[in-house]
Design a protein around this ligand. Sequence first.
Ligand code: HPA
Ligand code: ZN
Length: 335
Amino acid sequence: MDDTTFAHGLPKAELHLHIEGTLEPELMFTLATRNGVNLPFATVDDVRAAYEFTDLQSFLDIYYQGAAVLITEQDFYDLASEYYTRAADAGVRHVEMFFDPQTHTERGVAFETVLDGLTRAGADAQEQLGISNGLIMCFLRHLDAAAAMATLEQALPHRDRILGVGLDSSEVGNPPELFADVYARARDAGFLAVAHAGEEGPPAYIWGALDALGAQRIEHGVRCLEDPALVARLAAERIPLTVCPISNVRLRVVDTMADHMLPAMLEAGLMVSINSDDPAYFGGYIGDNYAAAAGIGLSRHTLAEIARNSFRSSFLTDDEKNRLIAEVDAFVAGT
Ligand code: HPA
Ligand code: ZN
């Protein structure tokens, strides 16, 4: 078995995946036709050619534009079903999936339409593919705290279908502290809490996500390495960091994969997992991200440990974690 086959076959959890970021150009055209939405692109190749990013914002602009084709419950179902099928092929056994309600409610799509489609696809993924899954709704940090609070209000009647809350979109200039009250309310209502921090933003935003928001897991977090006291805390408390190597290269957080801080983060004893973020836009699903890590020299032993970390970092019960970690052990033993 070569490294790529190993990377794709390893049983793993995906914890940093924006469902809107799995919209492949082919499905974008199908949905645009189905819904009578005009796209500013003539062909699938034109869409892919537009995916050249200089930073997070240059990506977000085109990502929010693409989401405009998502209108009906069936659209969200189809989007998520395509993702789960690909995930199953990449060894994914458990998904904690982000969605951005405000991207849709701002366009007049009902919160329930989004949630119903994603929930139905999740139930089918569990039943047909054996992939356990949950939803985490993210607040868009380029919008204000009042808008986030209004979104939380919409979610409260559906508490049983949403695992937790997250924070995404334009990071720099939108520190976590702005959303402290929203997170406090969400945690009181029983939602788990995670947040993007330290992707483009400084280490102070990671401290803020932990202390002001009560985040139990950090998305990206790669800039923690600039602050030794923060690294010490993250390691001591085993706070999970969901790292997305191909995303970081495509959004120019690092210049090349060889410059990626994944080896340094592991060396520092951090609880790191590998994830795909927005695979349709960055040209790589989770198996490709594991393969990219192999490509910069991470051993199979290390990749398997990262796969175990992905389950340890999840919100599964200890019994479920142990069962899935045993699947990693069995896979490694069989190679
Ligand atoms: N960072 C911030 N917002 C996002 C991302 C990301 O990596 N992906 C989708 N929305
Ligand atoms: Zn992300």
